[in-house]
Design a protein around this ligand. Sequence first.
Ligand code: PLP
Length: 450
Amino acid sequence: PKYDTQELRQQDGRHHLHPFTDTKDLGDNSRIITQADGIYIYDSEGNRILDAMAGLWCVNLGYGRQELVDAARQQMQELPYYNNFFKTAHPPAIKLARKLTELAPEHINHVFFTGSGSESNDTVVRMVRRYWQLKGQPDKTVIIGRRNGYHGSTVAGASLGGMAPMHEQGGPMLADIEHIAQPYWFGEGREMDPQEFGLLAARSLEQKIKEVGVDRVAAFIAEPVQGAGGVIIPPESYWPEIQRICDHYGILLIADEVICGFGRVGQWFGSQHFNIKPDLMPIAKGLSSGYLPIGGVLVGDRVADLLIEQGGEFYHGFTYSGHPACAAVALRNLELLEEEGIIDRVRETTGPYFAKQWASLASHPLVGEARSLGLLGALELVADKDTMARFEPGIGGQCRDNCFKTGIVMRSVGEIMVVSPPLVITEAEIDQLVALARQSLDLTARQLGI
Ligand code: PLP
């Protein structure tokens, strides 16, 4: 064999601090992934696993696309690195900026490049506060996010997000960040009509604005569909009411498109599906299908015009802002998504097909709800389908480990199992995904004696 799995596992456990992993618990048990093709990954022992998470919600075009490899190689040979600071630029960054602003809603005509989703959200914080300074309202510094939202792991990203463990670890969060309710009907509103619940969740933004004072509130940030929080698909009533409140109080709306962007819900951006008009859209992940790290902030005219006209030099930027090889790969990725009609397919055929097949899992004894939008799916694991009582914590993790044994990657978020497969998935592969999910649930049920 090409790899000595045991040796790799030992070295991994000894030297490698993994993100979002209990290293002590890991021991020498890591799964070593060595290859990938299409929607499948392969481990060092040759097992084929259906990657229903597209890596970390990012490999939208699937693995093994030679066109992206070629785009990287060509650019690395021509100009492997240069920056976009101090009045310089290079063709890949310029072309990508133009392409992105063509694809974005009409009122968005600028992009600021970063290296990741977290850096994009850090950029958003500084940009929003700068905007209000320039408007002559420097006290408007408060940004409102949502409980259980995820916006990255830098200090600003973790602060904007609403994940309790992230707030508890590592000391004080960034000042002037507030959080409101999430529109999580199954978990927090089941006794109500979903649309009424959606309105109630949205109106917690209005309450928070009143509580903090409108003269202090700068912006509201949310993911169109909360991803890492458990694929929380808001009721239809939610986003129009959020938009109304942002408009009414004149605060900036930030739609974190890091997961929803680039076709995940059947439109270029999640904001287009929900028909909202954000001032800022952080992007990353699917921008390059994860082949190389790149992110950015799409900046609407309201903010861009002021920054450009009155802001002078913005003291902000990253060495890898618009990195040439990353930008070249991202551009080719967007062209391929377009040329192959992949996003239309998600909206018109594979998305609806996935919705139907995924919904069939609702009849499984462990599943309280099976929901989906585009190619995002979630299963709520419950101990009792009549009362929807939850399991003790830990069953989600057990189910996730069973998925690997069965040959599929699903992620667990507490007791919610989530999927986000590559957008190139075919109907036959969707059948396979659902069958493997069912087998993993069956195995978990057997272990629980259900
Ligand atoms: N925003 C959202 C909505 C995300 O899901 C993520 C990552 O999962 C991020 C931001 C952070 O992106 P990155 O991990 O590239 O820093």
